[in-house]
Design a protein around this ligand. Structure first.
Ligand SMILES: NC(=O)c1ccc[n+]([C@@H]2O[C@H](COP(=O)([O-])OP(=O)(O)OC[C@H]3O[C@@H](n4cnc5c(N)ncnc54)[C@H](OP(=O)(O)O)[C@@H]3O)[C@@H](O)[C@H]2O)c1
Length: 253
């Protein structure tokens, strides 16, 4: 049996999840990542993670489709046994997600459902179904957004779901305390990834605007977030529970 801790990161093929995988591996945990469609990118992350001397595997998962979760956990259990010598894991990082930038008046029911399924319903039931496979003493880290605290136009549906995830996390912390499973939120500010058509990477006007309302004066990079999530997967973070930690360089203070 492996004594190493194991982290499962949804959406680990790109962006924030990719850097989380690297940083968590550097802490010595084995790492499972999931991807939605970019298998090649996911396999590349796995290869790089392994360079830290830990085990790693990538699995396909659509976090917006609850009906697929039982089959996913079946595949995860097999992969864990095969690759890491354990059927359980320790940390679940609910990170996968896409964005829609649309004014409230133009947001359709389909847009709303898409955001709800991926950012709230999917997170809720993926976590519920994870409990059977999680070791006591582990942790859940839900990725929210600065947009659940401060307000920019065109993110009402997305940010509403992130607000829901923050409330959900406090309930998790309360109800899973008896198993010594901690639950926390990491809320990044704007980060330069492919998220939302890559606006935070390529839209210079937006980058200037974000920089101007951020105390540290720039847009975030994935490397600004991964280390914080990795820290929450260590014993040094053992007394942090039910908290929302914003990593935004001080946006809209
Ligand atoms: N970037 C920001 O400014 C920012 C700010 C605050 C919060 N966040 C949050 O941070 C998280 C990660 O965002 P990111 O910026 O890293 O985005 P990203 O670079 O676009 O990466 C998204 C990741 O999620 C996966 N994914 C997309 N749709 C999925 C689905 N239906 N099922 C399962 N996986 C899916 C993608 O897999 P494939 O590669 O296979 O497509 C990819 O690994 C999200 O929850 C987002 O809301 C981002």
């Amino acid at each position: 049996m492996s004594t190493k801790k194991i982290a499962v990161i949804t959406g680990g093929s790109r962006g924030l999840g990719r850097d989380m995988a690297f940083q968590i591996a550097k802490k010595g945990l084995d790492v499972v990542i999931t991807y939605h469609s970019n298998q090649a990118a996911a396999e590349d992350v796995v290869a790089q993670v392994k360079k830290s001397g830990v085990k790693s595997v990538a699995l396909k998962l659509d976090t917006s489709d609850v009906s697929t979760f039982d089959a996913f956990y079946g595949r995860l259990e097999e992969a864990l046994k095969e690759t890491m010598g354990s059927s359980n894991f320790d940390f679940l990082i609910n990170n996968a997600g896409t964005g829609i930038y649309k004014p409230f008046v133009d947001t359709t029911e389909a847009d709303f459902d898409e955001m709800m399924n991926i950012h709230l319903k999917g997170v809720y039931f993926l976590t519920q179904k994870a409990l059977k496979y999680m070791n006591d003493g582990g942790g859940i880290i839900n990725i929210s957004s600065g947009l659940a605290r401060f307000t920019f136009p065109k993110s009402s549906a997305y940010a509403s779901m992130k607000g829901g995830v923050e409330v959900f996390t406090r309930y998790l912390a309360k109800e899973l305390g008896e198993r010594k499973i901690r639950a926390n939120v990491v809320a990044p500010g704007a980060v330069a990834t492919d998220f939302g058509n890559g606006e935070n990477k390529t839209n210079e006007q937006k980058r200037k605007m974000v920089s101007s309302v951020t105390a540290l004066g720039r847009v975030g990079e994935p490397e600004d977030i991964g280390g914080l999530v990795a820290f929450l997967c260590t014993d040094d973070a053992r007394w942090i529970n039910g908290q929302r930690i914003e990593a935004s360089g001080g946006t809209m203070l």
